[in-house]
Design a protein around this ligand. Structure first.
Ligand code: PLP
Length: 366
């Protein structure tokens, strides 16, 4: 039996009737951009995230980009970002002309280490972007406290954390604004590209609503220079169907993670993720460390178990950012992590037998 890294067909088959119905409903409506489905999804997702507002946009990168634009962060400004993240968190900052300033992670949770943030703040710093990496919330109270002291905005990159809780509160409402991605592999995934911003700030929400639609509230009246970054009706209709399943699917991910955590400690070469007691992660990814991960990857592959690496190259070492201020060795914790991590099969549709095979193979002393 093969153990896929992630199964895209099973969620469709589970919800086939509802998804096909959503498709037929939108097709028959004759209205495909900014209509009832988007408005309904925005209301439902805001309620889910315990925020006042949700604005559907084109994708996760655009969500972060439009938040920064709406906050009027731009050339000459700096934004604190985690060194250990997907490159999109950094790219959003670069797209508005600001400079991403990297802060190293906590070596156990992989999230930004709040105790290192203050040393990175300068007179140009405008915001802190926290990423809830792998579905585990960052330490938001510590981050918000620093931001308050220095008068900074707080942005959550919640692209991997739909439904995760920090001290009982859902991610998406823990800072000034949050960016979500509904890329198909995310915990809440569309059938294509999609994203959203959540916030409790009415003014920010209104500005993002304008920015996503050509700076326009009324057709052909353009108040500010905007963009075209809209969530479309079809994706919104699919997302509404899947949102109703999100808690159940996240719970299944938690039970997969619980089994990994309860069993894999028996292999002394593996370092397992650490969950602080205030965090309820949703396990977008289950990432372990191994001193010789390519041997482990090969052994798993030979036994039909697929793995991936998230991410093999940290942003500062990618060709996109390679620059003299951030040479190899300049962010040693991030670099050490990125040389050892490997992501195990994880998802709401991983079957018990597949999980048994993955665990048995992982426990062979490689
Ligand atoms: C997926 C992801 C994004 C970007 O989302 P897209 O929808 O692909 O643009 C941003 N940040 C993180 C942490 C992500 O995982």
């Amino acid at each position: 039996m093969k153990v896929p890294f992630l199964d895209f067909q099973a969620p469709y088959l589970e919800l086939k009737a509802e998804l096909d119905d959503a498709y037929a409903r939108v097709m028959a409506s004759g209205w495909y951009i900014l209509g009832e489905e988007v408005a309904a999804f925005e209301a439902e997702f805001a309620a889910y995230c315990q925020t006042k507002y949700c604005i559907g946009v084109g994708n996760g990168l655009e969500a972060l980009h439009l938040i920064l634009r709406a906050m009027e962060i731009g050339a000459g400004d700096e934004v604190i970002v985690p060194a250990n993240t997907y490159i999109a968190s950094w790219l959003a900052v670069s797209q508005v002309g600001a400079t991403p300033v990297a802060v190293e992670p906590d070596e156990h949770t992989y999230n930004i280490d709040p105790s290192l943030i203050e040393a990175a703040i300068t007179a140009r710093t405008k915001a802190i972007m926290a990423v809830h990496l792998y579905g585990q919330p960052a330490d938001m109270d510590a981050i918000n406290e620093i931001a308050k002291r220095h008068n900074l905005q707080v942005i959550e990159d919640a692209a991997q954390s739909h439904g995760a809780r920090y001290k009982q509160r859902r991610t998406g409402g823990l800072g000034d604004a949050a960016g979500f991605s509904f890329y198909p592999s995310k915990n809440l995934g569309a059938i294509g590209d999609a994203g959203a911003v959540t916030t409790n700030n009415a003014e920010l929400a209104e500005r993002i609503r304008l920015l996503r639609n050509y700076g326009s509230r009324v057709k052909y009246e353009n108040e500010i220079p905007g963009y075209n970054s809209r969530l479309d009706e079809l994706q919104a209709a699919f997302l509404r169907v899947k949102l109703a399943k999100l808690d159940e699917w996240n719970a299944r991910r938690v039970s997969v993670a619980d089994r990994y955590l309860a069993t894999l400690g028996k292999n002394p070469h593996l370092t397992l993720p650490v969950v602080p007691d205030w965090a309820d992660p949703v396990w977008h990814l289950f990432v372990v460390r191994h001193p010789n991960r390519y041997n482990l990857e090969q052994h798993l592959r030979q036994n039909g178990v697929a793995t991936l690496i998230h991410y093999p190259t940290p942003p500062h070492l990618s060709a996109a950012y390679c620059q003299p201020e951030m040479p190899k060795g300049s962010l040693p914790i991030t670099e050490r992590i990125s040389n050892q991590i490997i992501s195990l099969p994880m998802g709401a549709h991983l079957r018990d037998l597949q999980l048994d095979i993955a665990i048995a193979t992982l426990l062979e002393d490689i």
